[in-house]
Design a protein around this ligand. Structure first.
Ligand code: PMP
Ligand code: GLN
Length: 383
């Protein structure tokens, strides 16, 4: 392994999902739903397969139907116009979009500012691009960004801000005021912004998702990333997309061509249909997840965890210090034996040597009975 990938080893998601399989524990670790997405979208994929749409290499930028659907989605939900031919790119999930954006936009030695804890592929992709990550810790309990610290973190080497809202793993959702301050800084310092919005439709209690690209001065400097995995519950299909200016999208496409070239042919057609589902679909996904959040949050609270209630995503971050625990990774490795539940240590998402050591993340994108069972097991073990 080269030095750029030093310390990246096996992702925590692979480790914890393997542990769930080996122990038969309830998997509230890796974020994937235990119910597949809409029947009509699965049927659309089957139809595409049968009709021979996408069984051979789709066009490099993605099938036109999906690029149009992404463009219409951005218009419908955010009032933003993107040309499907030059300003939309289909990728192999958001993961490839993040990788391609980092590889396309960064020079070795460039600094990338990102709020930690961060999704693990950020550290890996910044490293693979030879760039340097500059982490800014989001402090519990609210995980709000420190905007003065952000301003102070900018140096002449800063090239890019990597944003993620709704934020994995904390569930924090950036407000319009926070985004305004971030946008002003980006414009003033002439920074690029890459924004990971895979949880864009999963916000609760009426908290809105505001795309960073929709703020003044941001459209021309922002690469926005999303995917079908979370919104439509098809994490295995790996259909993602990028929107941005023609110039930025072309840059990302150049890198993307040599990562996968293309992916997920027939599924691209199905996701085009999914994106066009009526507003009621999007509302029902969010309402259902809000109920599940409440169910798991009460269960974890009753078991004695300190619970940080998320405004979005399908994760709850907790703190285990009250149990006398000091190390979230050791805690999560032992949890399946202790009570038959798998969670993910958020500590691995920090660069900071002491931040988040006792934070543990639980996923609630599971059936009600599964969540109730997990909550009962945790209550029995800890209370
Ligand atoms: N970004 C974040 C913040 C995520 O949590 C995930 C994981 N699901 C991804 C990107 C990757 O998305 P995809 O499965 O579409 O590659
Ligand atoms: N995004 C998912 C999570 O945060 C997992 C994705 C993965 O396994 N790479 O749990």
């Amino acid at each position: 392994l080269n030095r750029r990938l030093d310390g990246l080893g096996t992702t925590i998601f692979a480790e914890m999902s393997a542990l769930a399989v080996a122990t038969g524990a309830i998997n509230l670790g890796q974020g994937f739903p235990d119910t597949d997405g809409p029947e009509q979208v699965r049927e659309a994929a089957v139809r595409a397969l049968r009709d021979g749409r996408g069984n051979q290499y789709p066009p490099g930028p993605g099938v036109p139907e999906l690029r149009r659907a992404v463009s219409e989605h951005q218009q419908r939900f955010y009032g933003m116009a993107f040309d499907p031919d030059t300003e939309v790119l289909v990728t192999a999930g958001a993961t490839e979009a993040i990788a391609a954006a980092m590889l396309a936009l960064l020079e070795p030695g460039d600094e990338v500012i990102a709020f930690e804890p961060f999704y693990d592929s950020y550290a890996a992709c910044i490293a693979m691009a030879g760039a340097v990550r500059v982490p800014l810790t989001l402090p519990a309990p609210g995980f709000r960004p420190d905007l003065d610290a952000l301003r102070d973190a900018v140096t002449p080497r800063t090239r890019l801000l990597l944003l993620n809202s709704p934020h994995n793993p904390t569930g924090m959702v950036l407000t319009r005021d926070e985004l305004t301050a971030i946008a002003e800084l980006a414009v003033e310092q002439d920074l690029l912004v890459v924004t990971d919005e895979v949880y864009e439709h999963l916000t609760f209690d009426g908290v809105p998702h505001i795309p960073p690209a929709s703020l003044p001065g941001m459209r021309e400097r922002t690469v926005s990333i999303s995917s079908a995995g979370k919104t439509f519950s098809f994490t295995g299909w790996k259909v993602g997309w990028v929107t941005g200016s023609a110039e930025l999208v072309a840059a990302v496409r150049t890198a993307k061509q040599f990562l996968t070239y293309v992916a997920s042919g027939p599924f691209q057609y199905a996701v085009a249909e999914a994106l066009a589902l009526p507003d009621a679909y999007y509302t029902s996904v969010r309402d259902d997840l809000q109920d599940k959040r409440d169910l798991l949050a009460s269960g974890l609270t009753a078991a004695g965890f300190e619970v940080y209630r998320p405004q979005g995503t399908y994760f709850i971050t907790t703190d285990i210090a009250a149990f006398g625990e000091k190390d979230a990774l050791a805690f999560c490795r032992a949890l399946p034996e202790r009570c038959g539940v798998v969670a993910v240590p958020s500590s691995v998402f920090y660069d900071h040597p002491t931040a988040g050591r006792t934070q543990v993340r639980f996923a609630f994108c599971k059936r009600h009975d599964v969540l109730a069972d997990a909550a009962a097991r945790l209550r029995k073990a800890f209370n």
